[in-house]
Design a protein around this ligand. Sequence first.
Ligand code: HEC
Ligand code: HEC
Length: 339
Amino acid sequence: MKTVLRTFFVGAIFLCVLLACQTEVKSEQPLVKETPLNENKLAEEEMWQAPDTNNIPDDDLGEAIKYGRQLVLNTAYYIGPNGKVGKYTANFMNCTNCHLKAGTVLYGFNFSSTHARYPQYRAREDKILSLSQRVNNCIERPHSGKPLPIEGKEMTAIICYIKWVGQNTPVNKHIKGDSPMDIEFPDVAADPVKGEIVYKRECLSCHGVDGEGKMRSDNVCYEYPPLWGLKSYQPGSSLHRVVKAATFIYCNMPNGKATYDKPFLTREEAFDVAAFINDDRIHKRPINNGTTNYPNIKSKPIDYGIGPYIDSFPEIQHKFGPFKPIVEWRTKRGLPAKF
Ligand code: HEC
Ligand code: HEC
């Protein structure tokens, strides 16, 4: 009995000491545990690599991630004009036609840091958008479609996939290669006439005589996606802006020949061909289906071709450049000069 009492007594003292220590430690901690930023931060010089699809887990979440990946790769098959699970997008393009290799290519509109940066302010709507709303933006604009239900199986799967792709990136940060490459702008305006020559030489063999692309033999989606015409992306899509398109083309096209670290075209050629593709005086595009575009002129990107602007440069210069004077003018006045 004595031993039992003694054990109890010693145990109780030990417990008190332990509790006291814990309280002391606790009082130094903030009430709410903050998520540490940059916990998995990639070293500055390190380039991001997409996770291995073999490591997608074999559970319910894994199923959603795999389905999301399929939706990004085979968008038209699932949710296109003849979609197996619903008719949402109005053309036969797949997300992967622009978000190369299902959003895993450096400087190829990848999803490396996407999940970690939403919700965020979006200039095009002048609103804070969630990631699902941002996905619907692409369904409405480049795909001229109607939004996917936010709570639906398809949207959830796409978000699961985008999150999985960006699993190792820090919260709320851009990482190297997640945005179009910041290349130096040519001193002169991008020239659609010169761009047509580049197009005929380097692009026409795949994207077609009239930019119409080429459907795959089973007619489900494209082998080579269209660059203009009524089945291509509509104005208001990011690719319709010359800087955005030029930087993408510089790092990625011609497909199979160019990579970000070994571009094929010169900077000037990339800008000229982007100008040719996106020149609405010579090429048709689907009519805007009612989406808003940059209602707040303060946050309008420098390469959006419809005024008014916070500067006095004309629409034609905002569309084709030269962009350097616009950037200088705005920067000098502390105004945003985004593209
Ligand atoms: C015609 C080309 C095109 C197609 C097709 C397209 N997108 Fe996009 N998407 C873009 C461009 C360009 C951006 C802007 C990327 C940037 O500025 O870094 C973008 C941005 C996004 C973003 C935000 C990325 C970020 O990191 O902020 C998401 C999410 C997205 N797209 C999802 C999709 C999905 C899902 C599909 C298919 C249903 C799709 N997109 C189809 C061109 C396209
Ligand atoms: C060898 C064939 C080939 C050549 C040549 C080629 N592309 Fe592409 N391009 C593709 C393919 C394929 C895709 C879609 C990528 C995917 O789905 O993986 C694509 C996608 C694109 C896209 C984004 C999707 C869209 O439809 O808007 C643009 C813009 C583009 N190419 C521009 C060009 C330009 C400009 C050139 C010439 C400098 C060019 N391409 C040369 C095959 C080619």
